[in-house]
Design a protein around this ligand. Structure first.
Ligand code: GLN
Length: 189
């Protein structure tokens, strides 16, 4: 299975290592044409506004087309890019998940933290770094994980988004869930 990891900026290498551990072949995507070579994509954490600048209008359009047709997993800044609505401040995005996210929502004092949340009923470690908060999800969105009452891992169709950084915890469940999703989605055609 060939999985791309968007490698413009941010912590793409931890995703690469995790996906390789799980048996995927990883392509570090630095140019829009490389999207044609992969079956699925991970958009890592970083700074979502910087991603938008680096992608440019054409890159964003190409990425939008990809996300419409193939499984995509965004973490933190990646999740922000996938959202339909972004605030603090508002910015453009891919609109793949019907949700409103608020950037840097946890405030300066708690810039980063490791907390225990729940994924599909089981406890799981979650690393938050200047994380966005999901403030609203639409009816087509499935909430797969929560921290307290807040959704932190959500899925809409072939798109998965996490406001935390599963690539930074030893637990591989979230990436495994994505690879399973890729297998079933692409298998079905
Ligand atoms: N604060 C970043 C943003 O708003 C996201 C942080 C992250 O990806 N760790 O884009």
């Amino acid at each position: 299975m060939k999985i791309g990891v968007l490698a413009l900026q941010g912590d793409f290498d931890a995703h690469r290592r995790r996906l390789e551990q799980l048996g995927a072949e990883v392509v570090l995507v630095r140019k829009p044409e490389q999207l044609d070579l992969i079956e699925a994509l991970v958009i890592p954490g970083g700074e979502s506004s910087t991603f938008l600048k680096l992608l440019g209008e054409q890159g964003l359009e190409k990425l939008k087309q990809f996300v419409r047709s193939k499984p995509t997993f965004g973490t933190c800044a990646g999740a922000i890019l996938l959202a339909s609505e972004v605030e603090n401040p508002s910015q453009a995005g891919l609109g793949a998940v019907d949700m409103r996210v608020r950037r840097n929502a946890y405030g300066r004092q708690v810039d980063s933290s490791i907390r225990t949340g729940e994924m599909e009923g089981a406890p799981i470690e979650m690393v938050f770094i200047r994380a966005p908060r999901i403030e609203r999800v639409g009816p087509a969105v499935q909430v797969l994980g929560r921290e307290g009452a807040t959704p932190v891992l959500v899925r809409q169709g072939k798109t998965l988004a996490a406001t935390f950084h599963p690539e930074l915890s030893p637990d591989a469940r979230v990436h495994q869930a994505f690879l399973d999703m890729v297998r079933t989605t692409n298998g079905k055609g």
